[in-house]
Design a protein around this ligand. Structure first.
Ligand SMILES: *Cc1c(COP(=O)(O)O)cnc(C)c1O
Length: 426
């Protein structure tokens, strides 16, 4: 039975009973024409936690006060700054502390990890990903393949949805892994698809890759801070994520990386090396001969970009305070309600149709809901924008929305539904 109605009093009751509703006040909600927008693009750039400005000022003050001595005397010493993130990041993605590190940008980390985990040989040279992967991932894979002197035709396997669907069946991925088994070096998939919002079964895919002796990793750009994960227990070999989407850490902010503990101590794994990945006790001896720190930290190249990381510290602390399971519970209820409203409006339309392409099962999606607006053009989206809805439009007619449990309310969705219905009828 459907638990939802288009009813403001029901919606207010949901917000009233929501233990996370108080966190909305911890974020800056953009205001346009004197009104708070309905912000559904936390999957693209999360909103700013209010604590960020003060935290960055702290680092600026310490820099002003100490200069280089801030590496050791700042309130949060910069020498070991990245270690402040270890426990929170490990909890966020279900890892052990020696399996995670914050460094670089996402695509940079993807390259660093592929350098270690995509090591094609004559017999085993293929890499498998999802079709229509996020462009940066496609470019990364393409250039890695070319770097090894191989061609895309020979080395890249893309698994797509079946005819008439936008969802990639797990069994099709498993079948492809098995079919290319002996020639497969690596599987690298976006853990949550940026377009459809589909969550891939990372545990099952990893097991299938391991069965044919391939490494398996995930780009978690749309997964981190969106869905709970157990990367360690799932046996994932490597993963990386950005922190500016669901993790609310500011434009282009620092990226996270995961290397499973069994790989982290594998000294035979080749990698790009830099001084920050070198044995901490000997880093400043400045001697030749790279000896990596065991664990994910051993993939670091450079010293920490403290100012960018500070925003992530504030944001990650909020995740740690609330925990992924409470966030997930609210996220599913928000997106269930959003789906209800879209279906309700679609059923009443005299022309056109709103088709939800995101899987409906909870296991197969995060907070994002992607909708194909059949029979509508960009004018519909422009009208939503005009009415204060910030969502995402993909040509020719897809609207992506991600109600975020930290700062979106049930009333946001109710108000959105009123605007959408009017816009569809106009
Ligand atoms: C957002 C996103 C990126 C962006 O990469 P950056 O290096 O952070 O600019 C890459 N891959 C995926 C899957 C994404 O969703």
């Amino acid at each position: 039975m459907n638990q939802f109605q288009h009813d403001l009093s029901q919606v207010s009751a949901f917000d009233g009973a929501d233990a996370l509703s108080k966190y909305r006040k911890s974020f800056h909600i953009p205001i346009i024409d004197g009104k708070e927008v309905i912000y559904f693009t936390g999957n693209s750039l999360g909103l700013q936690p209010k604590g960020v400005r003060e935290a960055i000022n702290q680092e600026l003050d310490d820099w002003a006060k100490w200069g280089v001595e801030g590496h050791f005397h700042a309130k949060n010493p910069w020498f070991s700054y990245h270690e402040l993130f270890t426990a929170g990041a490990a909890r966020l993605v279900g890892a052990k502390e020696n399996e995670v590190v914050l460094m670089n940008g996402l695509t940079v980390n993807l390259h660093l990890l592929l350098t270690s985990f995509y090591r094609p040989t004559k017999a085993r040279f293929k890499i498998l990903c999802e079709k229509k992967a996020f462009p940066s991932d496609q470019y990364a894979l393409e250039s890695q393949i070319k770097l090894h002197g191989l061609s895309l035709e020979d080395a890249l396997i893309e698994v797509g949805p079946r005819e008439g669907s936008d969802i990639i069946a797990t069994e099709d991925i498993l079948a492809a892994i098995e079919a290319h088994g002996d020639e497969l070096a690596c599987v690298m998939i976006g853990g949550v698809n940026y377009y459809s919002g589909q969550v891939f079964d990372m545990k099952t895919i990893t097991a299938a890759a391991h069965k044919v002796d391939a490494y398996c990793g995930f780009d978690l750009a749309h997964a981190a801070g969106n869905i709970p994960m157990q990367l360690h227990d799932w046996n994932v070999d490597f993963a990386c994520w950005c922190t500016y989407k669901y993790l609310n850490s500011g434009p282009g902010s620092i990226s996270g990386a995961f290397v499973h503990e069994r790989n982290g101590v594998d000294k035979n794994l080749p990698r790009m090396a830099g001084w920050w990945g070198h044995d901490k006790d000997e880093r400043f001896l400045m001697e030749p001969g790279f000896r990596p720190i065991p664990g994910a930290e051993g993939w670091q190249l450079s010293n920490a970009p403290v100012l960018a990381m500070t925003a992530h510290k504030v944001a990650l602390d909020l995740f740690d305070e609330v925990g992924m399971s409470a966030l997930r519970e609210k996220s599913l209820k928000l997106s269930d309600y959003l789906m209800f409203e879209i279906d309700r409006i679609s059923a009443k339309l005299r022309k056109g149709r709103l088709e939800i392409i995101t899987p409906r099962e909870h296991d197969a999606r995060g907070s994002q809901v992607s909708v194909v607006a059949h029979g509508f053009g960009k004018a519909l989206f422009d009208q939503l924008t005009k009415e204060g809805v910030i969502a995402d439009w993909r040509e020719p007619n897809v609207i992506r929305m991600a109600p975020v449990p930290f700062y979106n309310s049930f009333e946001d969705i109710y108000r959105f539904a009123e605007i959408l219905e009017a816009a569809c009828e106009a």
